[in-house]
Design a protein around this ligand. Structure first.
Ligand SMILES: Cc1cc2nc3c(=O)[nH]c(=O)nc-3n(C[C@H](O)[C@H](O)[C@H](O)COP(=O)(O)O)c2cc1C
Length: 201
């Protein structure tokens, strides 16, 4: 997980500071976030993913482009993210649009993964129905063995890679006593201009 230290966009800098706090306190799955997508029928669905990088562009995670989320993103690129750390008593809500990152960036990430994770990405058809987990694990083991024996490097399948969420709004929520929570909402006005306000808890 990469938290860039040269972030200049104020709300992203604030998010990076909180992520840093969660990381240095070694909180379990501190970079886990929930991402919500919406189907073409307007049905929202959400799931947890792991944040891989934050920089001035926004939030990056890795996934399968053919999965349910991938298909929904194809039709509607508006998404929402949510982070919460019990120990920090902080929540972050993000709204924005999502797009795939370049093949170069996805390749770089894919190639940094352990062999078995790369093989699992090749074999697994995320979100499709499956007849047997045993068969899937066997396929992963066999293919891993083949790569180990031949010392060949697996190539990233085109349907796996990095997504970038560019935020249009970010809310930083801090728990207060007796529901006196602090809510600071940042809204992007144009290219690099953000405005902030405080919301009632
Ligand atoms: C803590 C946690 C982290 C996860 N990280 C990822 C991830 O980084 N990428 C991913 O595709 N799925 C990840 N998953 C699995 C997803 O929650 C989800 O099952 C999967 O992406 C399929 O979602 P979909 O069918 O809605 O596309 C994670 C699950 C958990 C519980």
């Amino acid at each position: 997980m990469l938290i860039h230290t040269d972030i200049t966009v104020e709300p992203l800098l604030r998010v990076a500071e909180i992520l840093n706090k969660a990381m240095t306190r070694n909180l379990v799955d501190w970079n886990a976030m929930n991402i919500a997508t919406v189907s073409s029928e307007g049905q929202p669905s959400s799931r947890m993913v792991l944040l891989k990088k934050i920089d001035d562009r926004g939030f990056v995670f890795y996934s399968n482009f053919n999965s349910q989320k991938g298909q929904e993103i194809e039709l509607n690129n508006l998404v929402a993210l949510n982070f919460w750390w019990r120990e920090l008593k902080e929540q972050i809500r993000v709204e924005g649009f999502i797009e795939k990152l370049s093949s170069e960036e996805s390749d770089e990430y894919f190639n940094s993964r352990p062999l078995q994770s790369r093989v699992a990405a090749i074999v697994s058809k995320q979100s499709e129905t499956i007849e047997s987990y045993e068969k899937l694990n066997e396929e992963i083991q066999n293919l891993t063995k083949k790569f180990e024996e031949t010392e060949e490097h697996p190539v990233r399948p085109e349907h796996c890679g990095l997504y970038l969420i560019s935020p249009s709004s970010i809310e930083i929520w801090k728990e207060g006593d007796f529901r006196t929570h602090l809510r600071e909402k940042f809204t992007k006005k144009d290219k690099n201009k953000w405005e902030s306000c405080f919301l009632s808890p």
